[in-house]
Design a protein around this ligand. Structure first.
Ligand SMILES: NC(=O)c1ccc[n+]([C@@H]2O[C@H](COP(=O)([O-])OP(=O)(O)OC[C@H]3O[C@@H](n4cnc5c(N)ncnc54)[C@H](OP(=O)(O)O)[C@@H]3O)[C@@H](O)[C@H]2O)c1
Length: 296
């Protein structure tokens, strides 16, 4: 049974990795607080040496994008330096590392979805620290796969879908930004793709299946489109209607700037690994069934 170390114990993606990994008969060992604190490198080292994994998946991150603006050192330690520590340990143990990154490494100024050839230019502390994590992984080992994902949601954890459903309990209308474009990505689907890649790189040393890839739900949406689809889907499952008032990002100030264009082009992932996620509307249906029909 392949032993895979995953960082994070309570997150959307690490939980999905655990559930999907067990379905595939993989041994998933998650590390996280309180035992392992990514801002304390010695706790990471002890855990990795004890677990002796065949591959590491670096999923955990300081994901509070606005709060990161006032805690840049902690965000850097968790998002920038900890992946470097993990990657150096992977190199020492001669195992591959998969590292999850984000659309927030880009400025959002491009008119098209971002490809892996575009130059990162982050506009927030979160984006800068995640870019530092990518750079530290690349510097530590060639035996890496960096996977940038975007707009993650699932029936577990906190995310945009659950926030919208929560708001709909008390409101008949919500205000949502209509000028941020992205690719909603369903965590269980992303986790299945990540695990497929992990299994492949363990057995195949081919350098063409290493490097940086984009992994996002198929299609694109504005935040307002996404909210409308959530309320439409919830309505079809018996929830009362909710109206979406579109506004501009400029009229909705937040501590951290978000890229207006967060779209990721995931063609390279398909070309190299034969993996493509489902159209986001189909995945949203699966998630809404889980949240509303089966009540997970
Ligand atoms: N969510 C998105 O929309 C999105 C978009 C693009 C990329 N990503 C990337 O995808 C990855 C997974 O994101 P996610 O949505 O699963 O994030 P999440 O739900 O916010 O989970 C983050 C995980 O990191 C852990 N963590 C945070 N600080 C830690 C520390 N100091 N020590 C140990 N564990 C710590 C958290 O544990 P605690 O419960 O202890 O805090 C939690 O398990 C991240 O690398 C993120 O940057 C996410």
């Amino acid at each position: 049974m392949m032993r895979i170390l995953v960082t994070g114990k309570n997150g959307q993606v690490d939980t999905a990795l655990q559930i999907e990994g067990e379905r595939l008969g993989l041994e998933i060992v998650r590390i996280g607080r309180p035992d392992v604190d990514l801002s304390k490198p010695e706790t990471i080292e002890t855990a990795v040496r004890e677990i002796r994994p065949e591959v590491i998946i670096s999923s955990a991150a300081y994901t509070a994008v606005d709060k990161a603006e006032s805690e840049p050192e902690l965000a850097q330690a968790v998002n920038g330096d900890a992946p470097g520590v993990l990657a150096r340990l992977a190199a020492e143990l001669d195992i591959p590392i998969l590292h999850l990154s984000t659309d927030c490494v880009f400025s959002g100024d491009k008119d098209e979805p971002y490809t892996e050839l575009d130059t990162p230019a982050p506009i927030s502390v979160y984006g800068r620290t995640k870019l530092s994590g990518e750079e530290q992984v690349r510097a530590a080992t060639d035996n890496h796969v960096i996977l940038r994902i975007s707009w993650v949601y699932s029936s577990l954890g906190s995310n945009f879908v659950k926030m919208m459903l929560h708001l709909s309990e008390t409101r008949g209308e919500v205000t949502v930004v209509a000028d941020q474009l992205g690719c909603p990505t369903y965590a269980p689907e992303a986790a299945r793709a990540v695990l497929a890649i992990a299994q492949q790189v363990v057995i195949d040393p081919d350098p063409t299946i290493r490097g940086t890839f984009h992994l996002a739900g198929e299609g694109e949406a504005t935040r307002a489109d996404f909210a409308k689809a959530i309320f439409k889907g919830a309505g079809a499952r018996g929830h009362k209607p909710v109206h979406v008032n579109p506004i501009a990002t400029a009229d909705y100030p937040t501590a951290a700037k978000r890229p207006l264009n967060a779209r990721l082009n995931s063609d390279k992932l398909d070309e190299v690994f034969g993996l493509r996620l489902e159209p986001w509307q189909d995945s949203l249906d699966v998630c809404l069934d889980e949240l509303i029909i089966t009540g997970r």
